[in-house]
Write a protein that binds this ligand. Structure first.
Ligand code: SF4
Length: 426
């Protein structure tokens, strides 16, 4: 066995250790693991789904956390709906509802969110890209550029264009089936991005066309966009460079997020992606996370209802992110009015994230996810990571099918906006 295989095996053993001792953990989960949203139990349940591709059979809570609010206090009505066979449920959604442009469908209402080269390791990026290809969905580069190693997966990679314009090149826009403008992120709206000097290795600096071990800031906002007209010029720029690309617009959730969404629709966006306040890695400042952006549970119906009232809801795709942890969160987001969801943290948990919060440091991530340290990066072997993420999504699909079949819904598209199926149960 080579060194790398040994490292990966040890890592795999370590993150599954919790599962082996579950009978004792049921009455005393590991101290310090998780938090109220990502509870220790939810983290362990996610590890198990990533290992088996199935829903946990050992009693672990895999549907909700313990935050006392939002998705955690929303449940499903049980009014004796006529059930259908789970195999008859279609989970696919379209990512382009306009009459013009390429028709893209994904088999699950899920794709991967932007996490940049520099904030995460190349191996984790590769694991995500490989998983996206295997599933037939997408992952996003984030704002740190487009490493050559992910070019083979480019049909499943979204190129992100963010305010720092790091690594944005004509060819990476031309590679992309979808280009994503990141105007803001829900974990830190109004703050832009900040990659600490520690993580700016020579590879990261080269990719971002900057200097090694120098902190890199992405401004807020795009200084070229102060109106819907400016925004339209941005969308037109991408569609000129790559006429095949769909355009997604990622924004945080200010109180007028419905106005932002309608502006993006008229600017020509195919996808409006709203990012609530509970996402982000441990690198996002705690004071910003959870305290600035509107929780995604409020933002989704606000945007959905407004787009409906304007008569354009069926021409734009509404994607939600920022605290989506489970299949139940995804289904609830769709019932509130989204078409689908973007996830990122859950993929990190699938490959061993413990929510320790050390993401911003160069050597900080002990499991090789949010690190640029060459040795630590090797802890995520791309093929192994791919399997874990595919397994997690497979387990989630089973839960989504079960929810939909329980309501007699043949398609996840029929769940959109069905707030009547939700109940507040705490
Ligand atoms: S440092 Fe690594 S394990 Fe810790 S929260 Fe960040 S990604 Fe997760």
């Amino acid at each position: 066995m080579g060194n790398l295989e040994l490292i990966v095996e040890k890592h795999s053993e370590r993150i599954h250790h919790g599962l082996e001792v579950l009978p004792t953990l049921r009455h005393g989960l590991p101290a310090g693991l998780g938090n109220k949203r990502w509870t220790a139990e939810l983290i362990l349940a996610t590890y198990e789904m990533a290992l088996t591709g199935d829903l946990p059979k050992n009693g672990l809570e895999y549907k909700i956390g313990d935050s006392g609010g939002g998705f955690d206090v929303l449940g499903w009505k049980n009014n004796g709906f006529p059930k259908i066979d789970e195999d008859d449920v279609d989970l696919s959604i379209s990512l382009n509802k306009r009459e013009v442009g390429k028709k893209i469908e994904i088999p699950l209402p899920i794709y991967g969110g932007g996490m940049s080269f520099g904030s995460i390791s190349l191996n984790f990026m590769l694991a995500r890209a490989r998983a996206a290809k295997k599933i037939g969905t997408y992952t996003s580069t984030g704002e740190g550029g487009y490493p050559d190693a992910i070019v083979p997966y480019r049909d499943h990679v979204i190129t992100q264009v963010a305010t720092g314009m790091f690594g944005v090149r004509e060819e990476t826009i031309q590679y992309a089936p979808i280009v994503e403008f990141k105007y803001a992120q829900g974990a830190k709206p109004g703050l832009g991005g900040h990659l600490l000097a520690d993580k700016v290795t020579s590879e990261v600096a080269k990719m971002r066309e900057s200097s090694m071990f120098t902190s890199l800031y992405s401004p807020f906002p795009f200084h070229s966009v102060y109106s819907v007209e400016d925004h339209k010029k941005h969308v037109d720029w991408i569609k000129t460079v790559n006429p095949r690309a769909l355009v997604s617009v990622k924004v945080s959730t200010p109180t007028d997020v419905d106005m932002v969404a309608i502006g993006s629709y008229y600017a020509g966006a195919n996808i409006i992606h709203i990012d609530g306040g509970y996402g982000g890695t441990g690198a996002a400042p705690e004071i910003a996370k959870k305290n600035i952006a509107m929780p995604i549970e409020y933002a989704i119906p606000k945007v959905h209802d407004y787009l409906m009232s304007e008569g354009v809801r069926d021409q734009i795709v509404l994607i939600a992110s920022g605290g989506i942890r489970t299949a139940d969160d995804i289904a609830k987001a769709i019932a509130l009015g989204a078409d689908g969801c973007v996830v990122a943290t859950a993929e990190a948990v699938a490959v061993g994230c413990t929510h320790c919060g050390n993401c911003e440091r160069g050597r900080g991530c002990q499991v090789g996810i949010t690190t640029t340290d060459p040795e630590l990066s090797r802890l995520i072997e791309p093929e192994w990571g791919e399997t874990r993420i595919v397994n997690l999504f497979t387990a989630w699909s089973k839960r989504l099918r079960s929810i939909l079949a329980g309501f007699g819904l043949e398609s996840v598209r029929d769940l959109r906006g069905r707030k009547d199926l939700l109940v507040r149960y705490k």
